[in-house]
Design a protein around this ligand. Sequence first.
Ligand code: FES
Length: 614
Amino acid sequence: MIATFLVLDYDIISGFLLEYALSKPWQELHSQLMNQQSNTQTDRDARQLRSHRWFGPDDLRSFGHRSRLKGMGIDDADFRGKPIIALVNTWSDLNTCHSHFPQRVDEIKRGVLQAGGFPVEVPAISLGEMLMKPTTMLYRNLLSMETEELLRCNPIDGAVLMGGCDKTVPALIMGAISADIPSIFFPAGPMLKAHWKNETLGSGSDAWKFWAERCAGNLCDGDWNAIENCIARSAGTCMTMGTASTMACIAETLGLTLSGASSIPAVVAEHSRLAVATGRRAVELAWSNLRPSRFITPQSIDNAIMTQLTIGGSTNAIVHIIAMAGRAGIALSLDRFDELSEKVPVLADLRPSGRFLMEDFHQAGGLAALLSRLQDVLNLDCPTVGGTTLGGQIAGAEVLNDQVIRTRDNPLWRTGGTCILRGNLAPNGCVIKTVAAESRLLTHRGPALVFDNYPELKSKINDPDLPVTQDTVLILRSAGPLGAPGFPEWGMLPIPQKLLKAGVRDMVRISDARMSGTSYGTCVLHVSPESHLGGPLALIRDGDIVELHVPHRRLNWLVDDAEIARRKAAWQPPTNRWNRGYNKLFANHVTQAHEGCDFDFLAGRSPGAEPDIF
Ligand code: FES
C-alpha cells in the first residue's frame, strides 16, 4: 500500500493518508525508524537542525516528506538526523568556465558524506559570461533571488555555493546573505596558463591586445586562429585577475571559502581535494549554525575592499561589494573605496595590470601570502568559515616569488588600483582602474566625440573619416544599468582603427558602462547617474571639452551651467522598451551603479520569514 502512495499525487491522497497514518502498522514502523535514527546520532541533537522541521516530527506532513525521499531510493540511514547540505550548482553546458563542476559535485558530496551529512544537488541558473547576452549582469540579481529562495524554501541546513564565472560569485553570496543559512563558497578556480609561441596568454586581456594588433594589420589570420585555439586552455575561469579571480579573492577575504581556495587552478588535483574538504566543512558549519551574518560585517567588507585594491582587481567588484554589503544592511559609499585606496598599494603583479597569471599567483603563495604583507591595515579578527580568523588564516603564509607578489617598498602601484572620481560629469561618482591605464593619460584634457549607443559605436568607430585624434575623449552613452539594458561590459571602447595603425594603444574613454575585469586602458566607467536617466552623459556633445584629473579625483565637463541647463530642459527621456517579465522587474527596481545595482526591495538585513506552514 505504501508503494501505491508513492506514485500518487500527494494532495489527492492526503485524506486517505491521514487515516492510514493513524493505523497500528505505521506506528510500529515509525518507532523502528526513530530507533535507527538515535543509533546513528552522536552527541549532536538532530532537533537543532533546520531540516528537522521537515523530517523529524511524527506527523502526516513529515511522513510525506520522508516517504518521497524513500521513493528516490534514499534510506533513513542516509538522511535522518543528518545535516542536509545543498550544493547550489551553477553548472550548464553553456557555461564554459564551470565545465568541470560535474566531477566537483561528486567530490563535494564525498566530503559531505565523510563528515556525516547528506548532500543534495540543487541546480541554479548558470550565468556563463561568454555566451549570455546582452550581459550576465542583467541576471545577477535573478540568481541571487533564486539562491535565496532555494535555500529558504527547502529542507537545507547548509550550502556549498558552486560558482566562479564573474556574476555567479556575488549572486550566490548575495542570496546566501539574504537567506542567512550556513554557507561556504566553492570557487571554480582559474584556467591553466595558455601558451602560444614563446608567450603565455591570459584570457580576455591578451585577446584584447592581439585583436588591437590584428586591427592595426600586425597579425595574420594564421596567428589569430592559433591564438583562438589555445587561449582557453582548460576548464575554469579567466586566469587573469579579471572579475572572476577578483571575486574569488574577495570571497576568501570575507571568510566565505577555505583558505587558499581563490587561486587553485580548476583542473589540478588540489582543486579536487578542496572540493572534498569544502563538503566536509559545510557539515560542520551546519551543525554550528555559522551563518553568513557572522562573516559579513563592516570590518570584513573593509578587508574585501582592501583586497580588491591590492590585487589591482576588477572595477566590477566595486559594484558587487556594495551590493553584498547592502544585503547585510551595511551602507557603503564609493568614498570608502577611495579612503582605503590611500592605505593599500597594488602588490599583485597580475594581468591586465601587470605581468603574471593566476597560476603564477598560486605558486607564489596565493592570497594568504599577499595579505600577510598587509597585516597592519587589515581587520585580522574577522572570522572565517574554516573556523579561524583572517589573521589565523594568513599567519605563517609565505610569499614565494617577490616578482608576482611585490613587497611593500616595491609595489606595482603606490596606492590602490582603482580610484573614484566625481565632478560635473559624474555627480554621483564613477570609477577608473588607474593601474591598468597609461599614466600620461591620468591627467588629460580633450574634445568629446560622442556615440549615442553601442550599435552606433560599432558602425562608426573604424570609419576612416572619423574626426578623432589621440587627444579625443571617446564617450559612449546608453550603456548603464537601464540604458543598455543590463549594464554591459562595453566600457573599454575600441581605439579607432586609423589610430591603431598610427601606433595609438590607449585613449581616454568615458561611459556609463562597466568593463570586463580583464580589460585595460584609460577607461572611466560606471558614470552615475547614467545617461538613460538624463545624467550629464546624456547632454554632452561633440567638441565639448572634458577634463580628467585623477590625482584630484575629478572628472569635469567644461561647459557653463547656463548651457547645461538649456540642454537639460530640451532633453527627452527615452521610452522604456521593457514591459514584461523579468526585464520589467529589472527596469522598475534596479539601482544605479554607485548603489550596487541591486534591486531596491532586496537591500537590508531582512531575511524573509522561514516557512511556517508544513
Ligand atoms: Fe567565465 Fe571569464 S568568462 S570567468
